[in-house]
Design a binder for this molecule. Structure first.
Ligand code: FES
Length: 147
């Protein structure tokens, strides 16, 4: 059910940990399952992501997608990091089972939240970046409650 790449990143996740005095930190939760992800970014003066670490209280797919997402943004510019969507991460992992697609959103949202934190601290605006939600799937949950 999982690709070899997913298993590899789940068993040997890259960039696990935290960065002291990080340039930006983002924490997001998945309202569907209660899993939480935190991403730390170290961004230099030329706005290049020098280092990135993550921590998660999440399922295997969340671990694998975060691990891959950190690999994809490391060494990249902020604008390049904005292109690292959950779709791009899933493609890099050779896909995820449909029921696990929502898990890959955690990584994308956490990166966006960390970039938002960085932008706020530096008084800059990152093109295409919107204020992150603290709980992903918030809107969806609200809709479901109507039934
Ligand atoms: Fe919660 Fe995967 S089940 S992130």
């Amino acid at each position: 059910m999982y690709s070899e790449k997913v298993m590899d990143h789940f068993e040997h996740p890259r960039n696990v940990g935290e960065i002291e005095n990080a340039s930006g930190v983002g924490t997001v939760g998945n309202a569907k399952c209660g899993d939480i992800m935190r991403i730390y970014l170290d961004i230099d003066e030329s706005r290049i992501i020098r280092d990135v670490k993550f921590k998660t209280f999440g399922c295997g797919a969340a671990v694998a997608t975060s691990s891959m997402a950190t690999e994809l943004v490391k060494g990249k510019s902020i604008q390049e990091a904005m292109q690292v969507t959950n779709k791009a991460v899933m493609e890099a992992l050779d896909g995820l089972p449909p029921v696990k697609v929502h898990c890959s959103l955690l990584a994308e949202e956490a990166i966006h939240a960390a970039l938002w934190d960085y932008a706020e601290k530096h008084g800059i605006k990152i093109e295409g970046l919107e204020k992150p939600k603290s709980d992903i799937h918030e809107d969806e949950e609200a809709e479901e409650e109507e039934y």
